[in-house]
Design a protein around this ligand. Structure first.
Ligand code: PAF
Length: 288
């Protein structure tokens, strides 16, 4: 696996692959890899001839007071893992190379970013769409794989690609979970044993809502009350949002059907903000 740090060198590498007719699958990441990331890389490898993984902790998507400086990092381990799953290139740009002095352009998606995490984290999605646009222009992938755990990010990136004619096919990878149901996240590294227990409230409350829907419950308020009660029964949990919304518009719904997603954001121990989501009924079609 090659390590490339210079954006121009990255673009030159990609152009060479395209000249010989190879397709490029891309996995953008902020590092500290877990099975979730490795799943995205494996899927990219199954679908494309070459795989590029980027590792860049993007400062512009962190708000003031968020965990930019403490975000978990382990470059050596990440390098080993990406190599093991068969990535061809690990692209690791410096912040100065991604955001040179004098830059004045950002990319933002309206509407979709006003819901869910966008409401709690102003500027977050503009940071994500700006850096993903830049990465797409540098890496020139044919496809890019994003995890469904960041459901809103996935929908926002798809919208951006459609609106700005990015020739990149966006592929969704299902949420990868620990054996007990906790959705994998780099931020799980912040959890001590008792916080780890409380973190299970997210996946357990989604499972509870799915069970109630399977038993015939369709009232959003009733489901939300059950979810809230379960999360509140764990120590140190603070709910940021419980949202039942349409998979495409991200607008809140009052009626549950195959297009309804339940998403949660919960702070554990007052500081570790975790998210999770799930369809409440079997979705009609895979979004890919
Ligand atoms: O999902 C992430 O890790 C980040 O938001 C992404 C897509 C790599 C952009 O920095």
């Amino acid at each position: 696996m090659e390590i490339i740090r210079d954006p121009a060198e990255m673009t030159a590498w990609s152009k060479k692959q395209h000249v010989v007719g190879d397709t490029i699958g891309f996995v953008p990441t902020m590092g500290f890899f877990h099975e979730g990331h490795l799943g995205l890389m494996r899927l990219a490898g199954q679908r494309s001839d070459r795989v590029v993984v980027s590792l860049f902790v993007n400062p512009t998507q962190f708000g003031p007071g968020e965990d930019l400086s403490s975000y978990p990092r382990d470059f050596e381990r990440d390098q080993e893992l990406a190599d093991k799953v068969g990535a061809d290139v690990l692209f690791v740009p410096e912040t100065e190379a991604m955001y040179p002095k004098g830059a004045q352009t950002t990319v933002s998606v309206r509407g979709l970013t006003e819901h869910l995490c966008g409401a709690d984290r102003p500027g977050h999605f503009a940071g994500v769409t700006t850096v993903v646009s830049k990465l797409f222009n540098i890496v020139c992938p044919d496809e890019a794989v994003f995890g469904q755990k960041d459901f809103q990010q996935l929908v926002v990136i798809r919208r951006m690609c459609t609106d700005l004619n990015f020739p990149v096919h966006i592929v969704a990878h299902p949420i990868v979970r620990e054996d007990d149901g906790l959705a994998m996240s780099s931020r799980n590294a912040y959890l001590d044993a008792s916080m780890r227990e409380s973190a299970l409230s997210l996946s357990k409350s989604i499972a509870l809502a799915q069970k109630k829907v399977a038993a015939g419950e369709r009232d959003v308020d009733t489901l939300a009350a059950a979810v809230r009660m379960l999360i509140d029964s764990y120590s140190g949990t603070t709910i940021d949002y419980i949202s039942f919304f349409n998979q495409s518009t991200l607008e809140p719904v009052s009626h549950i059907d195959e297009t309804t997603v339940l998403a949660l954001a919960v702070k554990i121990g007052g500081k570790v903000r975790l998210i999770d989501n799930g369809y409440l009924m079997e979705p009609l079609q895979n979004q890919d």
